[in-house]
Design a protein around this ligand. Structure first.
Ligand code: G4P
Length: 531
């Protein structure tokens, strides 16, 4: 098969949701449809059990499972589908943001009872920045949920994206009868069905005389009314607008009951984008280019002291990746080769001999990778669009053993390269500020510094709520701002100046008073902060 055929065959996406909306269940059902697993319950949830939140070793143990389920590959209708798993736990949100840099589209799962929840909003912010195409799945229709029109309104207002329902629910909760496919004009009947993938389908139009006897008079009338309203209110579905990330088609169903999934999957196969071009610091890389390129978007460390290996996850962007071939590690400027790269079919790890754009390769790493690292066949380019986002919790790292400051320095560098947390340095006294999205990471870092690097530390909380990256066209203005702000300015790992703000108000005020300085909410400076 030619490279172009291989590319056209691939679809790489992530399922995102607020925890508990049904991401794991949906993933499993997609694998069931794809024939990658035979029975429900085969996919281990990488969801962190609520009872374990104070015990990070337990969490890491559970997270270990997520290596095996980090990428799930299956074939469906001649397509090779790669699902990239994202951690559900909020404290690992950065992991999810980075995974989103490696996909070409996402499926967003919403709980019909809860609607749009906090984490959904943040994840969608990241998708919007990158114009990632989104399909929405409204789940748990077997429960008494919110009015579907209300849910669609909420999706539009809270997520800032236009929506277009492609199926429509007939009642919900105990009275849930099924969904009507607006594009096939066909009814799908609901029945509780947790394991099988058979479905009852009725090919009836809304004007069919059997409609009432099939769903009951009240629901038939409601359906006709709803469909009229949908067709009147929402623009026709446009594949182009979807591909540009401007319009999200919406499906309704019940993941646990295998209901509404096939419509979702079939539509996904029809409309979702093939592996897309990706920006670098010098030019855009097309997947069809003959030479191999790829970047590391995730590093998974093994906390087991007997196996200190790490796994770097590499997204292939162009050309063909081959086992055992030398590639250029651009940041280090050296040649590297991998004798046992691996891939995942269902949840089995297997050695990968060759991979194509859209594929994710697992590489054993002994510490030479950091997030965003690029491999090429010799060209000097670095993939961009893998930004850091502002952490939410900031603490100063205090060395508890002056004899071990070298170890501490090395440890914190390596852990932040892995993406466990972000490191900012204050020039005055070389003080180190660590920023994370969750408290858990501080325990993880403290534990790992001690057990892997022999360095002891403690944390001092800081009154900072947000980090903004700074740029200015006028160097003198920047120098003056940095001088004036003293300890509110730190430097990230690449020596970019960062403003550590106590509050949103503080950012607003400083921005107003310093028009020559640009405040950015990611390390990639393309998007200015809206505060
Ligand atoms: P997550 O990965 O997004 O965190 O969600 P997950 O799939 O684990 O689902 C969260 C809970 O919602 C699970 O119940 C799951 O069984 C349930 N669920 C998923 N889809 C549906 C659905 O269509 N209808 C209903 N009623 N429930 C659904 P749990 O009790 O938390 O876990 P479990 O013991 O069932 O595994």
């Amino acid at each position: 098969m030619s490279n172009i055929q291989e590319i056209k065959k691939r679809r790489t996406f992530a399922i995102i949701s607020h925890p508990d909306a049904g991401k794991t269940t949906l993933t499993e059902k997609l694998l069931l449809f794809g024939g990658a697993i035979q029975t429900a319950g085969a996919v281990k949830s990488n969801k962190i059990k609520k009872t374990a939140t104070s015990d990070f070793m337990e969490i890491e143990k559970q997270r270990g499972i997520s290596v095996a389920t980090s990428v799930m590959t299956f074939e469906y209708h001649d397509l090779l589908i790669n699902i990239l798993d994202t951690p559900g736990h909020k404290d690992f949100a950065e992991d999810t943001y980075r995974t989103l840099t490696a996909v070409d589209s996402v499926i967003l799962v919403i709980d019909c009872v809860k609607g749009v929840e906090e984490q959904t909003e943040r994840l969608m912010e990241v998708c919007r920045m990158r114009n990632t195409p989104v399909i929405v799945f409204v789940n748990k229709l077997d429960r008494e949920g919110r009015n579907p029109f209300e849910l669609l309104d909420e999706l539009e207002t809270k997520l800032g994206i236009r929506v277009r329902p492609l199926t429509w629910p007939i009642n919900m909760g105990a009275e849930f009868k099924g969904v009507y496919s607006l594009y096939e004009q066909m009814l799908y009947f609901f029945k509780i069905n947790k394991t099988k993938i058979e479905r009852d389908v009725a090919k009836v139009g809304l004007d069919d005389e059997n409609l009432e006897s099939l769903v009951g008079e009240r629901d038939a009338l409601q359906l006709i009314e709803d469909v009229e309203l949908v067709e009147g209110v929402y623009d026709a579905f446009s594949e182009d607008a979807y591909q540009k990330g401007q319009l999200a088609p919406v499906f309704f169903g019940s993941a646990i009951n295998n209901f509404g999934i096939k419509e979702l999957l079939d539509t996904f196969c029809q409309i979702s984008p093939i592996p897309q071009p990706r920006p670098t610091d010098v030019r855009e890389v097309e997947p069809t280019e003959p030479k191999f390129t790829g970047f590391v978007f995730k590093i998974h460390a093994n906390l087991d002291p007997r196996h200190r290996d790490r796994i770097a996850f590499l997204r292939i962007c162009s050309g063909k990746f081959e086992r055992g071939k030398f590639y250029k590690h651009v940041r280090l400027g050296k040649e590297v080769r991998f004798s046992s790269p691996f891939t995942f079919m269902a949840s089995d790890k297997s050695v990968l001999d060759e991979g194509f754009p859209g594929d994710v390769v697992g590489l054993y790493d002994t510490g030479s990778f950091k997030i965003g690292d690029t491999l090429t066949e010799g060209e000097n380019l670095q993939f961009s669009g893998i930004p850091s986002f502002s952490p939410e919790i900031f603490k100063e790292l205090i060395n508890m053993d002056p004899m071990k400051s070298k170890q501490l320095e090395k440890g914190i560098q390596q852990l932040t390269d892995e993406g466990v947390a972000q490191l900012f340095t204050l020039d005055l006294g070389n003080r180190k500020v660590v920023g994370t999205v969750g408290e858990l990471q501080f325990d993880v870092i403290q534990y790992r510094l001690e057990h892997e690097y022999g360095a002891k530390c403690r944390w001092v909380p800081m009154n900072i709520s947000r980090a903004c990256w700074l740029t200015a066209d006028d160097k003198a203005a920047m120098d003056q701002f940095v001088r004036l702000k003293g300890n509110q300015i730190a430097y990230d790992k690449d020596r970019n100046p960062v403003f550590l703000a106590e509050s949103e108000w503080m950012i607003r005020m400083n921005r107003e008073n310093n028009p020559a300085i640009h405040f950015h909410f990611t390390s990639e400076f393309k998007t200015e902060m809206a505060v």
